[in-house]
Design a protein around this ligand. Structure first.
Ligand SMILES: Cc1cc2nc3c(=O)[nH]c(=O)nc-3n(C[C@H](O)[C@H](O)[C@H](O)COP(=O)(O)OP(=O)(O)OC[C@H]3O[C@@H](n4cnc5c(N)ncnc54)[C@H](O)[C@@H]3O)c2cc1C
Length: 433
């Protein structure tokens, strides 16, 4: 428990799942909390829209059986009954053909890899998932490790196109620890040869809403539509300046992206240099709403970097379309640099490019059968983890100023579970002071 003399007034910057969880935990310990969120809603990257009257995320989301921090929090919030465990199916588009993927049988029928390369794919996947030590993984780039161990064809056909679509020009620099984290989480979310993932009835936005309700009930002050401008230290206090006025607090927890926290405070030149080195890719997700299904599987990786998107996620092949009044929802997703001209294209230009390319994957795709297409853009969506990466700490150079973000989830990739874990750990650490 936080000692009575440490029951401070905390400012939390950001009402994403990390900020909301931190606020909930601090309030449980008797602290005072004020959250500043520039959006008019809670949830951050769990933002939702509606289809057929039901909420659904702007960006595809699912969680894993191993996501214990999330499951524990849902149990505490009394929303475990909203979690649905659903079987999933995968596909892989390579060399102009869509193949089933992700099961032992599908690997055998995957033509772009010959028998030797198929064996290499299986061995390398099992090696990374179950045998590799994280300390070893972080010393290698994904590309170098595959090539050096004779898995070059697996890199070329399977991973290279995916890394290019996820990390653009940084694809060759990504640390093997990133893939280790991904495969490790995914490999432990299986039941036999079948993958099972979780979705939340009413969307993962319901988690943010449930947290927000608890924060209200515990007397937290959530200021939506309030944009932080700067934070200054004055004696033992912090002055929080927003577009709606000032607030003085004892301590700060920021959940902003590195480039945002950089602009929030007058950091030392060493800290500025470090923050400038933490980079992200932005995401574009195009949501396609139709009266019919287009594919027979949930998740399709695109192993072809001539296509403008890297993933097709047909959400209603996972969650039933009945949830959305019978409508079918498919996301087309792409990651890219903020300054990539594609990110700044008009919604119409993005829809045109994605629709044309979709016809290459699915020749029967007919845009006239689509009822609605929505374009969502997220900056700072995917932290870049190059080899040699030094993850940030939750404490900063300024006593009383704490930071948790998607860059802190290392060695795991960003995700709801890890945002919750970070917030839990931070408040637990604060209670030991
Ligand atoms: C395309 C996509 C797909 C994803 N899929 C999955 C998935 O399948 N499974 C999974 O577990 N995770 C997934 N994630 C990741 C997951 O959504 C995030 O890891 C998680 O939501 C991050 O929460 P957070 O609170 O750390 O950050 P955020 O949600 O980014 O919250 C930070 C908040 O800070 C606010 N803020 C920033 N600057 C200011 C300011 N100056 N003033 C006030 N407020 C400010 C922002 O508005 C934001 O609300 C996905 C993310 C994306 C983009």
């Amino acid at each position: 428990m936080i000692q009575p003399e440490n029951k401070k007034h905390y400012a939390i910057i950001g009402a994403g799942v990390a900020g909301l969880t931190a606020a909930y935990r601090l309030l449980q310990q008797g602290c005072q909390v004020t959250i500043f969120e520039r959006s008019p809603f809670v949830g951050g990257q769990l933002a939702t829209t509606t289809v057929g009257g039901a909420p659904i995320e702007h960006y595809y989301h699912h969680t894993f059986t191993s996501d214990e921090d999330m499951l524990q929090l849902c149990a505490e919030l009394g929303i475990t009954d909203k979690i649905l465990w659903l079987p999933t199916t995968m596909g892989y588009f390579s060399q102009n053909k869509l193949y089933p993927f992700g099961t032992p049988k599908s690997i055998l029928t995957f033509k772009p890899l010959n028998m030797v390369a198929k064996a290499a794919f299986v061995i390398s996947t099992l090696w990374i998932t179950f045998l590799m030590k994280p300390e070893y993984a972080e010393k290698n780039t994904v590309k170098d490790w595959f090539v050096r161990h004779g898995f070059g064809r697996v890199w070329d056909i399977i991973w290279k196109p995916l890394f290019q679509l996820k990390f653009a020009a940084d694809a060759d620099k990504i640390s093997l620890i990133w893939l280790w984290g991904k495969l490790h989480t995914r490999g432990t979310s299986r039941s036999g040869s079948k993958e099972v993932l979780a979705y939340m009835k009413g969307s993962f936005g319901a988690l943010a809403v449930a947290l927000s309700a608890k924060i209200d009930a515990l007397g937290g002050d959530v200021r939506l539509g309030t944009s932080l401008q700067k934070i200054e230290k004055q004696g033992d206090s912090f002055v929080i300046t927003t577009d709606k006025g000032e607030c003085v607090v004892d301590a700060v927890i920021s959940t902003q992206a590195a480039n945002q926290i950089l602009a929030s405070y007058d950091w030392s030149s060493e800290m500025r240099t470090y923050l400038e080195g933490l980079t992200y890719k932005s995401a574009i997700c195009v949501m396609v709403v139709s009266d019919r299904a287009w594919f027979d599987r949930y998740w399709i990786n695109i192993g072809d970097d001539s296509l403008p998107f890297g993933g097709i996620v047909e959400h209603t092949n996972f969650m039933s379309p009945a949830e959305y009044g019978g409508k079918h929802v498919m996301y087309l997703s792409r990651y890219l640099d903020d300054d990539d001209p594609f990110f700044a294209l008009s919604d119409q230009a993005i829809v045109d490019a994605f629709s044309d390319a979709l016809s290459r994957v699915l020749p029967i795709f007919d845009r006239t059968k689509v009822q609605d297409i929505r374009v969502f853009r997220q900056k700072n969506a995917q932290p870049v983890v190059p080899q040699g990466y030094i993850p940030p700490t939750m404490t900063t150079e300024v006593p009383g100023f704490y930071w948790i973000s998607t860059h802190h989830t290392y060695p795991f990739d960003r995700g709801i579970n890890y945002a919750i874990r970070l917030a839990n750990r931070l408040v637990s650490d604060l209670s030991k002071v």
